[in-house]
Design a protein around this ligand. Structure first.
Ligand SMILES: C[S@@+](CC[C@H](N)C(=O)[O-])C[C@H]1O[C@@H](n2cnc3c(N)ncnc32)[C@H](O)[C@@H]1O
Length: 207
């Protein structure tokens, strides 16, 4: 990710966050506690939505140095600062022991990783048996006409948006990786660009 992308990220997201994203993050993270790994933590948009009293320790993994710098600034203002650490791990290679975390949080990341299967296998590995994968992702549209547009625009979009792909069936990938959804909501993200409007959010457990 370029320095410029990191610089504009929060501004680019602002309208969607105000319209629906912040509320979705808040609802999703209300049930998250214990030992938590967040992958692709970006600029730290989830930090204000964790219920800090419920978090024992929080590992924020972000491989991009420009995003990481912004993440550090956000974390410094958070009540979680004393219980959180920032690491540069990619989500495909997490330096945590197997079955060591209660929750893996992944928001708007599975669109841009090279292999969803590799990332999800790693999330599965580090989660305790009763652990939860918490996701918010923009995905392939269920509407065939919009999906056709997503597929047409994907090669250009992924080039301008740092490898982000708009037509992935991420819910299926999560299930294929050995998770079962407890909650799965599909909803259009208001105030987002049309090709990234279809979203899923939910909580999955190791099946
Ligand atoms: C669209 S941003 C989302 C940031 C944040 N999770 C949010 O909800 O606003 C995608 C983030 O995923 C990170 N990322 C991309 N590929 C990754 C990978 N293989 N492993 C971990 N993070 C990755 C990027 O550096 C970027 O910070």
């Amino acid at each position: 990710m370029s320095r410029f992308t990191a610089f504009v990220y929060d501004r680019f997201m602002r309208n969607m966050e105000q319209a629906c994203g912040a509320r979705w993050r808040d609802e999703l993270l209300a049930g998250v506690g214990g030992s938590v790994l967040e992958i692709g933590a970006g600029t730290g948009k989830n930090l204000e939505h964790y219920r800090s009293a419920a978090i024992e320790d929080l590992t924020l993994a972000e491989p991009d140095p420009h995003m990481r710098r912004r993440l550090a600034a956000t974390l410094a203002r958070s009540p979680l600062a004393a219980r959180a650490r920032i690491v540069d791990w990619r989500a495909e290679a997490v330096a945590l022991a197997a079955a060591s975390v209660d929750a893996v949080v992944c928001t708007l990341v599975l669109c841009s990783v090279r292999s969803q299967a590799a990332v999800l296998a790693e999330a599965h590995r580090v989660l305790r048996p009763a652990g939860r994968l918490v996701v918010l992702e923009h995905v392939a549209s269920p509407d065939p006409r919009r999906l056709a547009w997503q597929r047409r625009l994907d090669p250009v979009w992924s080039r301008v948006a740092d490898g982000c792909h708009v037509a992935r069936d991420t819910a299926r990938a999560i299930e294929d990786a050995g998770f079962a959804f407890e909650i799965l909501t599909r909803e259009s993200a208001r105030k987002a660009l049309p090709i990234v409007r279809p979203t899923i959010r939910g909580v999955a457990r190791r099946a």
